[in-house]
Design a binder for this molecule. Sequence first.
Ligand code: AMP
Length: 280
Amino acid sequence: MMKFTTKADVQRQIRIWKKLYKSVALVPTMGALHEGHLSLVRKAQSVAERVVVSIFVNPTQFNNADDLSKYPRTEEADLALLRELGVHAVFTPAVAEIYPGDTQTVVSVPELAAPWEGAGRAGHFEGVATIVSILFHMLTPDVALFGEKDFQQLRIIEQLTTDLHLPVKIIRGELIRDKSGLALSSRNERLSDVGRKTALSLHESLLTIQELYRAGTSDVDTLLAAGTKILADTDGLTTDYLAIVEESTLAPAKELCGNTYRTLVCGYVEDVRLLDNMRL
Ligand code: AMP
């Protein structure tokens, strides 16, 4: 496995692959890798001939300095996991390699970024859209893979790729959970055993809504009330939002007819912000 830290070096390697007509997949991550990331890497290996994983804790998408400083960094373990999977290259740039000096340009996808995660975290999705655009231009992958775990982020990246006519195919990876049902997240490392149990209510609320819907309940308020009750009855969990949205626009569903819908949930456990979602 090759490890690059500079733009010049990684670009040199990608140019070689392109001259050999090898397709290149990019899996962007912030490290602290778990099975959710690894499933994206395996999918990348199945769709492209060369796989690059980037590990970069992007400062511009954190609107809270404390959250940035507490973000887990486990580079040695990450590299071992990727080596074991047979990844061709890892790109681990320093912040100055990506943002040298007075970077000014910001990529914004305003409508999709406004609600849910965007409402409480000013500038978060501009940070995400900008770093993804930078990585796409720097590494020129043929395909890039993103997990449904961060569903709003995934939709924003799909939209910006379409809007800017970027020659990158976006591939979705399914949300991976642990055996108990907890959505895997690098942030779970900050939860105690009790916190992990508390966090399971997020999944339970999504499942309850899905089961009721599939059993014939189609009234949005009734479905949300059932999910809200589970969250409200859980000590140690503070809900930020629970919503049933139309998948492509992320607009709240008024009634469920024809389109594809997804329930999004976000809550805090032990001061850790946790996200989950499930298709209805
Ligand atoms: P992150 O390192 O949190 O920025 O995530 C990097 C990529 O892994 C993003 O595309 C995430 O959506 C994806 N990812 C993170 N957790 C999971 C999960 N539990 N299941 C599937 N994909 C995930």
